[in-house]
Design a protein around this ligand. Structure first.
Ligand code: NAD
Length: 436
């Protein structure tokens, strides 16, 4: 099939590359000329495990192309994916300006029947709006379907190539046939293609993300209560996670969720609720609790230094909002760096993948370390923000010799309390008794 993907960011590049891998001829379109130039030169623009190899392979096979020209990109395409940003607008609703602009541009360019697919996360009713915008100048038949994306950054290729389910919102049998054919190679293990009305498909994506954000936040609140009540959230997690109704995943307490999806999607669903005059109380709490959770360890850090961080240096391990990605959107690390620097501390940060992105944002206002031990040089304390595997079993003897004080503030509960006790560290984590 001939496939076009408009918007070549995390979702667009993964979608385009993976559909090329299943034998389609794919053209990815983006307005960012620098990004397109880099991709045309075979240089990948995001870090995503496993992506680079199939990206290069499909370019070599001539199945994957990049352009800034929409007309050229969608020429003869049977399927046109819209993988465009939907950032929060001023009122928290998803801003549809990118989607609707491209929809309007597409109308006069369509030469044959095509299925236009909303891959972006968009509120209920967006497919109707897109249809209306395309129709303004279209001279051929077309369908608009909702096909929300559930991939997780960090395992995006695996998620895309073997999705647990594919959700498609459409009533058109013609569009269904096209989508069935396109997705068949990804569903060979028997995972379902779930068809529904487009409004339900649009709601499904928000319901999924809001549910997961709520699950994390619920556990963070349990953790906060555990600290006050003298319980250990790790034990509570094991205790409840073995109940199959609850499940083991998304139960790890920490210093809040971030990323490009959960924060904005919870906010957008709250706005949708408000538009329908529905007071979705849980969502408001989730947003508030998560905001506070991000800097949960700051009072502990301040207290350790008798309330005065001026002139202190804090090593920060982890900048990405989660491991295996270079994405720093809404990353808890940024809130912590802001709080630390505002309190007068210097920051020495290390992240295996995300330092370039933070450098673009913060310039040289913090030090970017060569590795995790370089971050500790001259530092008074260590703060762990992201659970990268390489942080899990560090050389504690080395930490002890470099760090000025034997103190670790761990926002991801990486270490066992007994181990910290034996090693003689002061250790503050989330939802567990402090080791002092
Ligand atoms: P992104 O910001 O990484 O990529 C969007 C791309 O669209 C950018 O490269 C931008 O230059 C390009 N763009 C903007 N306007 C354009 C135009 N007029 N023509 C062509 N290209 C244009 O965003 P993303 O993370 O890929 O997210 C895209 C959508 O997918 C969002 O709605 C998001 O909520 C959703 N989503 C994201 C994830 C994720 O993990 N990142 C997962 C599921 C769904």
């Amino acid at each position: 099939m001939k496939v076009a993907v408009v918007g070549t960011g995390y979702v667009g590049l993964v979608t385009g590359t993976c559909f090329a891998e299943t034998g389609n001829s794919v053209t990815c379109v983006d307005i960012d000329a620098e990004k397109v130039k880099s991709l045309q030169n075979g240089k990948i623009t995001i870090y995503e495990p496993g992506l680079e190899a199939i990206f290069k392979h499909n370019i070599a096979q001539n199945r994957l192309k990049f352009t800034t020209n929409l007309a050229e990109g969608i020429k003869d395409a049977q399927v046109i994916f819209l993988a465009l940003p939907t950032p929060p607008g001023e009122d928290g609703s998803a801003d549809l300006k990118y989607i609707l602009k491209v929809a309007e541009d597409l109308g006069p360019l369509l030469e044959n029947y095509a299925v236009i697919v909303d891959k972006s996360t968009v509120p209920v009713g967006t497919a109707e709006l897109v249809r209306e915008r395309v129709a303004r100048a279209a001279t051929v038949d077309f369908d608009v379907v909702s096909n929300p994306e559930f991939l997780r950054e960090g395992v995006a290729v695996e998620d895309f190539m073997k999705p647990e389910r594919v959700v498609i919102g459409t009533k058109s049998d013609k569009a269904k046939k096209v989508m069935d054919k396109l997705y068949a190679p990804l569903l060979r293990q028997g995972n379902p293609m779930i068809y529904m009305e487009e409004r339900s498909a649009e709601m499904t994506k928000y319901a999924a993300n809001a549910f997961l954000a709520t699950k994390i936040t619920f556990m963070n609140e349990i953790a906060n209560l555990c600290e006050l009540a003298g319980a250990n959230v790790d034990d509570v997690r094991r205790g409840i996670g073995s109940d199959s109704r609850i499940g083991k995943r998304f139960l790890f307490a920490g210093i809040g969720y971030g990323g490009s999806c959960f924060p904005k999607d919870v906010q957008a669903l709250a706005k949708t609720s408000a538009d329908f005059n529905y007071d979705f109380k849980i969502l408001e709490s989730v947003m508030e609790v998560n905001y506070l959770q991000k800097t949960k360890l700051m009072p502990n850090i301040k207290q350790y230094f008798d309330g005065n961080l001026a002139g202190k240096t804090v090593a920060v391990w982890g900048l990405a909002f989660k491991p295996y990605t270079d994405d720093i959107r809404e990353a808890p690390a940024l809130e912590n760096i802001k709080a630390l620097t505002e309190a007068g501390a210097k920051v020495r940060a290390y992240d295996p993948e995300a330092m370039d992105n933070v450098r673009k944002l913060l310039g040289n206002s913090i030090y970017f370390a060569k590795d995790l031990y370089d971050a500790l040089e001259g530092a008074d304390a260590l703060l762990i923000v992201t659970e990268w595997p390489e942080f899990r079993t560090p050389d504690f003897e080395r930490i002890e010799t470099i760090l000025k004080n034997k103190v670790i503030f761990d926002g991801r509960n990486l270490f066992e309390l007994e181990q910290m006790q034996e090693l003689g560290f002061t250790y503050h984590s989330i939802g567990r008794p402090a080791v002092t």
